[in-house]
Design a protein around this ligand. Structure first.
Ligand code: ADP
Ligand code: GN1
Ligand code: MG
Length: 381
């Protein structure tokens, strides 16, 4: 354990990494709690994909095991993150900001790599821990969404001239909703977990909305909206907000930075942030699409991205519906496949998540005219 405490930038000994951190976590946690001593390395955060640990040191670090099932080429993911963070570092310096805090800072191994591959084949990476900033798992007030929107908008602005051809497609067709729809139908057909009959209503909900799936994909293909470098996973807990001012500090979770549409970032952020409740709330009477939160995020996003085109503006409310629909159908597909993609904590976790998403989709559909009017009011065009 003490070897972990000694971890320093560029001085990480391979031996430190040779331990299985998840095993350490459960075993030592159990032993140390009997001595009322806190573990120096513990599980951290609520991401659905990677295994994240905080390494208590001076300063602290974030250690992550990259999910190889989701990211089949971790070195390509790390090449993207290395390229993007170095690029952002320069932009932040030019703007007089603090790159130690405003972008992720990778810790390199002693042999100069941005990740370490353990002998068991698993990939680990390390970042500086961003101090005095919070990533929220739930929205506490609409101002948080305003600040998150500014941060995600600024992130896109800074990457506007990033050479997109350098980016690997870390998850192929990540937001290609047409392909997602086909994958969904395959999950229904395969019925791997034998759960198809209990979710007939949810399956029908997806099938009824096939026409929506082509709207953004086709608009990108025919050039009516621009291809941009986007984050693609803009959940509120993927941005750190300053613990005192509440303002955006740093956009994190850069695994899916790829060419895409601004609508993916906007829609996905409001899929999560615009909900009245938790993504896995069981009581659906507590779930609706909150127009006040929508307005706060939309205001921040449009302020940060004045380059947004008329066509993109027109599609903003639709994109929330589509990203929510996409995510709900991904949760349902994973439920049908036997929960192999998202981390789940109980057997119907993915189904509960799917149901909140579909409740939101239906509510967004009902509020579409109101949402469109608000976008026009905010944009002034
Ligand atoms: P996942 O892909 O599993 O969502 P993330 O990269 O989003 O993994 O990390 C999970 C959580 O860990 C984040 O939501 C955030 O709370 C925390 N986290 C990640 N990186 C940092 C960092 N550099 N500093 C502080 N907290 C971090
Ligand atoms: C995952 O990694 P995380 O928890 O920030 C997922 C997103 C989903 C989200 C749903 C790489 O995000 O696409 O929208 O869960 N990330 C990946 O909460 O699939
Ligand atoms: Mg995350």
């Amino acid at each position: 354990m003490s070897s972990v405490r000694k971890t320093e930038i560029l001085r990480i000994r391979e031996d430190d990494y040779r331990k299985d951190f998840s095993e350490m976590d459960s075993k030592f946690n159990e032993i140390l709690k009997h001595f009322a001593i806190e573990l120096e390395l513990s599980s951290y955060g609520n991401g659905h994909i990677n295994d994240t640990y905080i390494v208590h040191s001076k300063p602290d670090y974030i250690l992550q095991r990259i999910n190889k099932n989701v990211f089949t080429n971790p070195p390509a993911v790390m090449e993207n993150i290395q390229g993007v963070t170095e690029f952002l570092r320069k932009k932040i310096e030019e703007a007089g900001g603090n790159p130690e805090r405003e972008t992720l800072n990778l810790i390199y191994t002693v042999d100069g790599k941005p990740y370490y591959q353990h002998t068991d084949g698993e990939y680990y990476r390390m970042y500086k821990f961003i101090d005095h900033a919070i990533s929220y798992d739930a929205v506490e007030n609409p101002m948080q969404l305003y600040h998150a929107a500014k941060a995600f908008g600024k992130f896109q602005n800074m990457l506007a001239d990033y050479p997109a051809e350098k980016l690997h497609e870390t998850i192929v067709n990540f937001h290609n909703t047409k392909v997602r729809f086909d994958n969904f139908k395959k999950a229904v057909e395969d019925n791997l977990a034998g759960r198809r009959d209990e979710v007939a209503e949810e399956i029908q909900f997806v099938l009824d909305r096939e026409a929506d799936c082509s709207v953004i994909v086709d608009a990108l293909a025919d050039g009516s909206i621009p291809l941009r470098v986007t984050h693609n996973d803009t959940k509120l807990n993927n941005v750190m907000l300053d613990e005192k001012t509440g303002e955006g500090v740093c956009v994190i979770d850069l695994d899916t930075v790829m060419p895409g549409s601004l609508l993916y970032d906007y829609g996905d952020a409001l899929r999560f942030g615009g909900s009245s409740g938790a993504e896995d709330e069981k009581d659906l009477s507590k779930i609706w699409f909150d127009v006040e939160k929508f307005e706060a995020f939309t205001r921040g996003f449009i302020e940060a991205l004045p380059s947004i085109t008329d066509k993109e503006l027109e599609l903003l409310p639709f994109s929330i519906k589509l990203m929510t629909f996409e995510c709900g159908s991904r949760f349902l597909a994973d439920y049908l496949n036997g929960d192999t993609y998202f981390k789940t904590h109980y057997p119907t976790h993915n189904l509960d998540r799917c149901r909140t998403q579909f409740k939101l989709v239906a509510d967004i559909e009902a509020k579409m005219d109101e949402l469109n009017a608000i976008v026009h009011k905010i944009a002034g065009r």
